[in-house]
Ligand binder design. Structure first.
Ligand SMILES: C[S@@+](CC[C@H](N)C(=O)[O-])C[C@H]1O[C@@H](n2cnc3c(N)ncnc32)[C@H](O)[C@@H]1O
Length: 491
């Protein structure tokens, strides 16, 4: 059977899905579409079980050992992340949350943060940068930043601390210069003083891992873009664990699309920097010690059911613009995800002023334009983008697509090679180059590029696949690689 091909035992798949839900709290409406059928097939073959059914039975009975849980977790995990994702959260943290926490009597130099679902570390390192920028460092400070994730492979990446420029797309040039060192081909290494502030642990959020959990251990918990994957019972369990692990008055941040209104007993909703987050109410403290000096002032706090529409704080123009651009981009990506790229393009085309001129907006526009047949306009955008950064791998990639669609194969290959040189780990350009060499009959180069593409596609961020994947998802693109590799291997 071909690697990654599906199994067909629907009962085994159902049992696998229910075991996944029980072990990790992760749920999907459609296991086949989510790629779980292929995962089941791969795991069955990896442990040499005679059938999918036998694999699930052994896994459920614990006969495959804890290592199998780890393997399954890596397969299931969707580790999309980047530094300063949702910059409004980090603004609220620096401007409002930290100043209020640091007014606590006797705790003016204590900040303990937990990042749940920290993936490759971008989130806890962003938290460390904010804390350092706010002066929370030095031997007289008690600063703890802990990240947990069930995906051990991502945690190794976090410990390595190396990122591509794509991971830094929401990081200001100033912070990049201060906390990252460019190493190798457009890779950036996190500064040692930031790395040493963060500890990452492989841990399932459902487990009562004593290294992580205990009453009132943290002042701030970030758990963003994790809840969307969880079933209701796992969400309820998580919220109750967070409530108990937070100090009274501590803060809880979840992703923009993650509404916890129905399970958030014991929290009040806060708004600052244009975003919402939650504060554990202080019922655990005696009446007299409920000090308004370190809680979010009432004017900035609202009950969950009563959300205000206005921002509570004024924020600098550059940051406001960055937040607006980020939000707009996420809306556009959501439209693409829903197979409505035309509407996404219309949204981008309607943007005006400084936001429309931002790099990420122009890249998204050029990428959608070239797919929609607007080759000349897309190429004009790439010319502008390359004028400001001649090593912009994405702009070169779009340029390659434009050249190809104009019938200029030589120009297309040249642009794709420049893209690949600018960012060797850009999976989609590796795939493109593999297909080009295959078409030209150069099997050696084709195999090399396609092999790299297959390896890199597994970790290419979803947003990038949406923009540059030509309408194909990760699994479909990996299948293309495998198919072409098979062809390139023959003869
Ligand atoms: C989409 S990423 C979110 C990364 C980061 N928090 C952010 O918002 O950018 C979701 C992460 O949650 C992790 N995750 C999912 N279920 C988990 C569980 N039961 N325990 C711990 N981590 C889990 C995944 O492995 C993945 O790395």
């Amino acid at each position: 059977m071909r690697k990654g091909a599906s199994v067909t035992d629907p009962i085994a798949l159902k049992q696998f899905a229910s075991a996944v839900k029980e072990r990790f709290g992760i749920e999907t409406d459609d296991p086949v579409r989510a790629g779980w059928e292929a995962i089941l097939g791969r795991r069955q073959r990896a442990v040499e079980a005679s059938s999918a059914f036998q694999y699930v039975a052994k896994w459920l009975a614990g006969q495959l050992g804890p290592e199998e849980d780890r393997e399954v977790a890596v397969e299931l995990s969707v580790p999309e992340t980047y530094f300063f994702r949702y910059p409004d959260h980090f603004e609220a943290l620096g401007e409002v949350v930290l100043p209020s926490l640091l007014k606590r009597p006797g705790l003016s130099r204590t900040v303990r943060v937990l990042s749940i679902g920290c993936a490759s570390g971008d989130e806890p390192y962003s938290l460390a940068i904010v804390l350092r920028e706010r002066g929370c460092t030095g031997s007289d400070w008690n600063v703890v930043i802990r990240g947990i994730d069930v995906n051990g492979a991502m945690l190794s990446k976090a410990r390595q601390g190396r990122y591509t420029s794509w991971s830094l797309r929401s990081t200001s040039a100033d912070l990049r210069a201060r906390y990252f060192q460019e190493v190798g081909a457009r890779e950036f290494e996190i500064a040692p003083e930031i790395r040493s502030m963060v500890d990452c642990y492989e841990s399932n959020l459902l487990d009562d891992d004593p290294r992580i959990w205990g009453p009132e251990r943290y002042d701030i918990v970030f758990c963003r873009n994790v809840i969307i994957y969880l079933c209701q019972s796992a969400i309820a369990r998580l919220v109750s664990k967070v409530a108990s692990a937070l100090t009274p008055g501590g803060f809880f941040f979840v992703g923009h699309a993650e509404n916890l209104g129905h399970v958030l007993a014991g929290f009040a909703a806060c708004t600052a920097a244009g975003c919402y987050f939650h504060q554990r109410v202080q019922t655990a403290l005696p009446e007299t010690s409920v000090s308004s000096t370190w809680s979010i002032p009432e004017s900035r706090r609202v009950e969950t059911a009563d959300r205000p529409s206005a921002l509570s704080l004024s924020i600098p123009h550059a940051l406001a613009e960055e937040i607006a651009a980020q939000r707009a981009l996420e809306e556009v990506l959501e439209l693409v995800r829903q197979d409505r790229p035309g509407e996404g393009l219309a949204r981008l085309a309607a943007m005006q002023g400084d936001i429309a001129d931002r790099r990420e907006i122009r890249i998204a526009k050029a990428a959608l334009l070239v797919n929609a047949g607007g080759v000349a306009d897309a190429e004009t955008l790439t010319t502008q983008l390359l004028a400001s950064d001649p090593l912009d791998a994405e702009a070169w990639y779009i340029r390659a697509l434009c050249r190809e669609r104009s019938g200029d194969r030589v120009g297309a290959l040249d642009a794709a090679e420049r893209s690949g040189r600018a960012e060797p780990a850009f999976a989609l350009v590796r795939l493109y180059l593999g297909l080009q060499w295959s078409r030209r009959g150069d099997r050696i180069r084709a195999r090399q590029e396609l092999g790299d593409a297959l390896r890199l596609l597994g970790r290419e961020p979803e947003e990038r696949l949406l923009l540059f994947g030509g309408g194909f998802g990760r699994n479909a693109l990996m299948d293309v690689c495998r198919h072409e590799l098979e062809r390139a291997g023959k003869g």
